[in-house]
Design a protein around this ligand. Structure first.
Ligand code: NOJ
Length: 544
């Protein structure tokens, strides 16, 4: 098992630049009270595991008071913990322990919409059309003779119209589920409220925020039509992080919000940061979210979307590195998250998918910048494709038939039977069932097992932290011409050179001249003075 790292890699203030951030999907990470749902107590118990894994920070998905229509991305009270996940006291205990172990905590902020159970929305419903209470959301009269048609042609990202009509005749906007009404960010009370929410969590010690739908808060004046609908064209207006110019995304005025937030973050010690889940049409437009007067980072999802080929990866890596020069912040590398099919499955599932996922992990962890890992990827978990429909809870499933539940199945920790130690001894529940094959993938089953995916991640994270060539957020990536279908690049610091080689050629490849291997995703064979790298494998070589 690797030791905790005690020395920060970058100055305290810039810790996020080279950080490995582990995304905790709270309801599926660890359950301390046996109700089948993960909670803050469960995270607290498992902090030593995360410290030993070698990550720097955790990003926690929403744990606030919520009816849980969209897994907590429907917040009813931004300043409290949902009883499902514990209490504010549990949060304080968890963050205190995390900090004591050298782990930073990033929390999710959901400013584009509230839950329909939020007191502002229930007040708006009660107060009726034309009331000041309705001004904090986007209520509008409908079109048609009797207002029976939605105010415009906008569509929900979860499918169907983005407007719902109330019995009093007015419509309200929800870019996501009807239970997630969009806020009116042109209203001063909305701005003041979220500035206060930021302070509330900063005062409790959080190290940063992940901003949900960071590009969505401002809608174009007059709420103009998009001009086409999926009903008539079969083409959806927008998907989660889709690309296209839309009147409800990436409006210029959204930057005023972040310019107001940055001084708040900067007024706290220790480098409090924010990472945007933002889509923008071009790298130049994405760059506008980042900088000394706005946010620190924005997720780059192109790496996640790369297909399994050397050309595809090389292209997205080169583009991302060029973008990071434009934005002045290191790239954020991501392979999986709670909204996307797990990459073992995207890369072909089964043995092939796992081999590729392990190789992709070594590729990602050798690149400069920060990395966001999604819980369970260190175990090589695949997507669960055969969940019974009756158990699926993703609100998008009901509207589009597409479900994100398969990447949200609770983590297997130990034991012979589901839910594999997810809850306390004897608890038989987990809100989604883990498949029988996950017994062999549990943390306990993989710990100390040579060649396991967990030990691969532990080794790679330890080397990434300790090796001078990798321990920095910056540093050029020098491509090596290793042969067709091979990706090879070096990073160097002082007199140490570390070269990452990935074999996407479809045949075993002979690797020579990069020094001795320090970690590999599959067994290397020594041959003469070099090595043979198997198909769909990656290795790091070192030369000093
Ligand atoms: C993005 C989140 O990652 C996703 O899970 C959620 O459904 C939407 N934003 C709406 O909040």
């Amino acid at each position: 098992m690797t030791a905790a790292h005690s020395t920060p890699r970058t100055s305290d203030h810039d810790w996020w630049r080279a950080a490995v951030v582990y995304q905790v999907y709270v309801r599926s990470f660890a359950d301390s009270d046996g109700d089948g749902v993960g909670d803050l107590g469960g995270i607290r118990q498992r902090l030593p595991y995360l410290r030993d894994l070698g990550v720097d920070a955790l990003w926690l998905t929403p744990f606030y008071t919520s009816p849980q229509i969209d897994g907590g991305y429907d917040v009813a009270d931004y300043r409290d913990v949902d009883p499902l996940f514990g209490s504010l006291t549990d949060f304080d205990a968890m963050i205190t322990d995390a900090h004591a172990l050298g782990l930073r905590i990033i929390v999710d902020l959901v400013p584009n919409h509230t839950s329909s159970a939020h007191s502002w929305f229930t007040a708006a419903l009660a107060a009726g059309p034309g009331s000041p209470e309705r001004q904090r959301y986007l209520f509008a009269d409908g079109r048609g003779v009797n207002g029976e048609l939605p105010p415009n042609d906008w569509e929900s990202i979860f499918g169907g119209p983005a407007w719902t009509r109330l019995p009093d005749g007015q419509w309200y906007l929800h870019l996501f589920d009807p239970a997630q009404p969009d806020l009116n960010w042109r209203h001063p009370q909305v701005r003041a409220e979220f500035e206060d929410v930021l302070r509330f969590w900063l005062d409790r010690g959080v190290d940063g925020f992940r901003i949900d739908v960071a590009h969505g808060m401002i809608k174009a004046e007059g709420l103009p039509d998009v001009g086409f609908s999926s009903m008539t064209t079969g083409r959806r207006q927008s998907e989660l992080l889709g690309k296209g110019r839309l009147p409800y995304f990436d409006q210029d005025e959204v930057h005023d919000i972040y310019r107001a937030w940055r001084p708040i973050l900067d007024s706290y010690p220790g480098g409090r940061m924010a990472v945007a889940e933002a889509w923008a049409e071009t790298p130049q437009r994405l760059a506008r979210y980042i900088g000394p007067d706005e946010l620190h980072q924005a997720f780059s999802f192109d790496f996640l979307d790369a297909t399994w080929s050397a050309d595809s990866f090389r292209k997205v890596i080169d583009t991302a590195l060029a973008e990071s020069t434009i934005v002045g912040a290191p790239t954020t590398w991501v392979l999986s998250n709670h909204d996307r099919q797990r990459h073992v499955t995207r890369y072909g599932d089964g043995e092939v998918g796992l081999r590729r996922a392990r190789a992709a992990a070594l590729l990602m962890l050798a690149l400069p910048g920060s990395t966001y890992l999604y819980q369970g990827e260190e175990l090589g978990l695949p997507e669960v494709l055969d969940l019974p429909d009756a158990l699926r809870q993703d609100p998008a499933f009901l509207r589009t038939g597409e479900s994100r539940d398969g990447c949200r199945v609770p983590i297997p920790w130990s034991g012979e039977l589901a839910p594999y130690g997810f809850g306390p001894a004897g608890s038989a529940l987990s809100w989604l069932p883990a498949p029988a094959t996950w017994r062999a993938l549990s943390v306990a089953a993989q710990t100390g097992t040579p060649g396991s995916t967990l030990e691969l991640y532990r080794a790679a994270l330890r080397i990434r932290h300790e090796h001078p060539a990798l321990a920095t957020a910056a540093g050029p990536v020098t491509w090596q011409e290793a042969g067709p279908g091979l990706l090879a690049f070096s990073r160097c610091a002082d007199d140490a050179v570390l070269t990452c080689v990935v074999n996407l050629s479809g045949a075993p490849a002979r690797i020579d001249g990069y020094g001795h291997p320090v970690v590999a995703s599959a067994d290397l064979t020594a041959q003469d003075a070099g090595h043979v790298l198997p198909v769909d494998a990656a290795a790091w070589f070192e030369r000093r």
